[in-house]
Design a protein. Structure first.
Lengths: 184, 186
């Protein structure tokens, strides 16, 4: 596995900037959901790091749960069509205020399917908190209620986002230099 | 939901102490797996916080995967008997170095079953990194290769560990006085 220093084109969002923004999002969510029964839903595996940091900045009581999703019939980095739940929620979300926590929204296909699916379970409310919004890539409209950063259409990794399953642990978001990256 | 200040007994480890220890564990793991392939496996949901922090202190390249487990036929707080896999690994662990990351080990039964199960897939190695070790409760022997802290046999919450699904987000690890704790209404 290559050292990440050799494949970084640029650091897009450094650790301090990320943490400051997550702190702000946490404050905002704590205000908006005061006295509500809040459940954060982490979409595995990309959303793990963001959700863990975000929940520690949320000062009101709340539960967390996880979902794992895969797409039917499309390969690699594409994401369209129906989604398959590989891990469903343990929590019954009926009547709960649900906040879906995502690392990145690009085409929006996956998240809009998940929202559709979850809304059939009659939560009290259903909102989206996305750390990164790659707006240029949007193919379907997705309401993003809490947005960390809008980013350009570049191949990013770090802070939960992987490159062939590696580098999720880096504390910053970086752009990969595809000329130097050899793949796993 | 009750305010945790009403039932907290004692803060066992504050955020700074946890961070220091997690950093040490990350450094140790990075040294011991240097030059090796490493797959970190987070056991959901209790292990999430610890895994997210630990992996940031592991300086060598590694992959991350998750497993979700539950026990057959036992109550909420018990953990014995066989283990049901709700979410299996995406990664094929054959010939891989696997590091299981768990928030807390008490009886050891769940962990022992998972280890047995994973061994059938012929990984190169499987080790266990656990943040909290409640040794007094151990019923089966299980090798914890990396341990954050030993804890007494008390009810514990915070830093990923819940009471009735709440309080996972607290940055410290505390003991609860269950006489003062009121279960949330459904």
């Amino acid at each position: 596995m290559q050292d990440y220093h050799n494949i970084i084109a640029e650091i897009l969002i450094d650790e301090t900037t990320l943490q400051e923004r997550i702190h702000q999002l946490g404050e905002q969510i704590s205000r908006d959901y005061a006295n509500e029964d809040l459940l954060l839903i982490c979409i595995l595996r990309g959303g793990v790091v963001f959700m863990v940091d975000l929940m520690r900045q949320i000062t009101i009581p709340h539960g967390i749960d996880c979902m794992a999703i895969s797409s039917y019939g499309v390969g690699g980095r594409a994401s369209s069509g129906n989604v398959r739940l590989t891990l469903d929620l343990q929590t019954n979300i009926e009547g709960k205020s649900v906040l879906l926590v995502e690392d990145i929204v690009d085409s929006g296909h996956t998240i809009s399917r998940v929202l559709e699916l979850l809304s059939t379970r009659r939560p009290r409310s259903l909102k989206v908190c996305a750390l990164l919004d790659k707006q240029e890539r949007r193919e379907v409209e997705v309401p993003i209620d809490y947005r960390g950063f809008t980013i350009p259409n570049k191949f990013v990794f770090g802070y939960g986002l992987d490159l062939d399953e590696y580098y999720r642990n880096l504390p910053f978001v970086a752009v990969v230099d595809l000329k130097k990256y050899k793949g796993a | 939901m009750q305010d945790y200040r009403e039932f907290i007994d004692q803060v066992l480890f504050d955020a700074a102490a946890i961070e220091r220890r997690v950093r040490e564990l990350g450094a140790q793991i990075s040294r011991e797996y240097a030059g090796e392939d490493l797959l970190v496996v987070c056991l959901l949901r209790g292990g999430l916080t610890f895994t997210a922090d630990l992996t940031r202190y592991i300086s060598i390249s590694h992959e991350l995967d998750c497993m979700s487990l539950s026990s057959y036929g036992t109550g909420h707080y018990a953990s014995s008997g066989n283990v049901r896999v709700n979410l299996d690994l995406k990664t094929n662990i054959e010939k891989r170095n696997v590091l299981l990351v768990e928030d807390i080990v008490d009886s050891g039964r769940t962990l022992a079953h998972v280890l047995e199960m994973l061994q059938t897939r012929e990984p190169k190695s499987v080790k266990v990194c656990v943040l909290l070790d409640k040794k007094e409760r151990r019923e089966v022997e299980v090798a914890c290769d990396y341990v954050g802290f030993d804890v007494p046999d008390k009810y514990i919450f915070g830093y990923g560990i819940d009471i009735d699904e709440h309080f996972r987000h607290l940055p410290f690890i505390a003991t609860a006085d269950l006489d003062k704790y009121r279960k949330p209404e459904e």
